[in-house]
Design a protein around this ligand. Structure first.
Ligand SMILES: [Mg+2]
Length: 208
């Protein structure tokens, strides 16, 4: 996937993902402060607008950088800052990438997840977005180009999301709930799953 297709693919995915804003708001209301819906809506809108202005000859790395900047500036939440930092870390591993294949996608997702884990002082099992990102990166890395790698990443993220229900939140405002967080699904991990599903929906649409 080269720059023009990548730009369209990101815009298409973000148009899809806003349909999940209410679900993410509700999950975040149960566990946090309920701002995740608005974070996703404002962030997606800002990225779509920023990409509409991006030069034709922008590289994948520059496109990812523009996404990070727009997402960070769209609203001041911790989640927006963490995701933007993750996108920026991803943009750095794409420095020499011109054509984004599944291996490059895996490297991006892994770098983003590692950055979020580091900045959020979070590890797998803390019931955060990292729980869904890292298995998705592994699945992309093991997958074939085309849709099967993405399908595997979605399955891995879906399993991770279901697994968060039985975990206790150990990071962010959700950690205040202590054992009352057990039984509730993590909104951040769910956001990652919904983003991957939106990426698939958008890519099916582009190809048909
Ligand atoms: Mg929140």
């Amino acid at each position: 996937m080269r720059s023009t297709e990548l730009t369209e693919q990101i815009q298409g995915s973000l148009k899809e993902v806003v349909a999940y804003a209410d679900e993410l708001r509700d999950l975040d209301q149960a566990l946090g402060d309920g701002d995740l819906g608005i974070t996703i809506t404002l962030g997606a809108g800002a990225v779509i607008e920023a990409l509409a202005e991006i030069p034709q000859d922008a590289s994948p790395s520059e496109i990812a950088r523009a996404c990070a900047k727009a997402f960070a500036n769209a609203n001041p939440s911790t989640m927006a800052a963490l995701v933007a930092g993750g996108l920026l870390a991803g943009s750095k591993v794409w420095k020499d990438v011109e054509d984004v294949d599944i291996r490059a996608a895996a490297r991006f997702v892994r770098a983003a997840g590692e950055n979020i884990a580091q900045r959020g002082k979070t590890q797998i099992g803390d019931k955060t977005i990292v729980d869904a990102i890292m298995p998705a990166a592994d699945a992309l890395d093991a997958g074939d180009d085309g849709t099967s790698g993405l399908d595997a990443a979605i399955s891995a993220a879906e399993k991770a999301v279901i697994d968060t229900r039985s975990l206790r939140s150990r990071r962010g405002r959700a950690a205040w709930l202590q054992e009352r967080s057990i039984g509730l699904q993590d909104p951040g991990a769910t956001a990652m799953l919904r983003f991957l599903e939106s990426w698939r929906t958008a890519s099916v649409r582009t190809k048909s």
